[in-house]
Design a protein around this ligand. Structure first.
Ligand SMILES: Nc1ncnc2c1ncn2[C@@H]1O[C@H](COP(=O)(O)OP(=O)(O)OP(=O)(O)O)[C@@H](O)[C@H]1O
Ligand SMILES: [Mg+2]
Length: 274
């Protein structure tokens, strides 16, 4: 089981978009992904609720909810056979929360928009991950996704130079595309769209998938939850694919009443440049 954390305290950088598209990718490849939503906005959860029964199953856990009646590990247990746990994190995540969220992560993805403000926030985020989160560069766990990029702009070049100086790889470059907006409205990802519509977007995920397949050299530390020791839960046949921490099935009407647009409007993408 691989645990992938998508993190950047900067709002609107594309965390949920990356998280749900990863879930969509793995689900469409006959894998069994779990989306773990740490964001009280519940955007990833809403996305799962929009999925139709004919679509490959994505299990979701409302990790942002705290239930005093059960233990935390019981709340966060994943179904038997889970292949990937994808963790969506909230904006404004406090650096002090980073160690807990990243400690057991096999891969940490930081999406960043190519704007001065976002590059600045990204540098703070990476500094916190390295210093507070104790993520070691050499573990090959940390990768940046340049999101909503328009190539060959000045700001994009700045982003590349900046990451190069930090020694952090850009593991994917994702273009600004309405396919992300349209697919999310239907509880889908670009990998589940018609090929002639989303071919260019799908191709941009290939380097990211290849990087996720690369092993990290990190030996398991004390207290790490390994695949073997992770708490599991066998999903009941016909059970809802969304589970709240209290294990109560989410009301079926929640999806219908959820707003159609996932997340807030993002930071403006790259405008200028040459
Ligand atoms: N590559 C992209 N192309 C077009 N739109 C995008 C892309 N990535 C994200 N968006 C849009 O940008 C907005 C913000 O994205 P998203 O909600 O994924 O960011 P976030 O980091 O999860 O935000 P928050 O910090 O509020 O949780 C959404 O409307 C989303 O559809
Ligand atoms: Mg989000």
């Amino acid at each position: 089981m691989q645990r992938i954390v998508v993190l950047n305290p900067k709002g609107g950088s594309g965390k949920t978009t990356i998280a749900v598209n990863l879930a969509s990718y793995f689900a469409s490849r006959q894998q069994m992904p779990v989306l773990m939503d740490y964001d009280p906005q519940g955007s990833a959860l809403r996305w799962v609720k929009k999925r139709q029964p004919i679509q490959p199953w994505v299990y979701a856990i409302a990790a942002f909810e705290r239930d005093a009646r059960t233990t935390r590990s019981f709340q966060l247990r994943v179904p038997d056979g889970t292949t990937h746990v994808i963790v969506d994190t909230p904006a404004a995540l406090d650096a002090r929360e980073m160690p807990e969220i990243t400690r057991t992560a096999d891969k940490i993805l930081v999406p960043v928009l190519p704007s001065d403000i976002d590059i600045h926030a990204c540098s703070r985020c990476i500094r916190d991950l390295l210093l507070v989160g104790k993520v070691r560069r050499e573990d090959n766990r940390l990768g940046v996704i340049a999101n909503r990029v328009r190539r060959n702009t000045l700001t994009f070049q700045t982003l590349i130079r900046f990451l190069h100086t930090l020694g952090i790889p850009i593991v994917a470059t994702i273009r600004d595309s309405q396919n992300y907006v349209r697919s999310a409205e239907l509880g889908l990802g670009v990998h589940e769209m018609k090929q002639y519509v989303a071919r260019e977007d799908v191709e941009q995920w290939e380097p990211l998938i290849a990087w996720l397949d690369q092993p990290g050299p990190r030996p398991p530390g004390p207290g790490d939850v390994t695949a073997a020791s992770a708490p599991t839960l066998a999903p009941a046949p016909g059970a809802t694919s969304v589970r709240t921490p209290a294990a109560a099935p989410a009301p079926a009407t929640a999806a219908a009443s959820a707003p159609a647009v996932v997340g807030a409007a993002g930071e403006p993408a790259e405008e200028g440049g040459g």
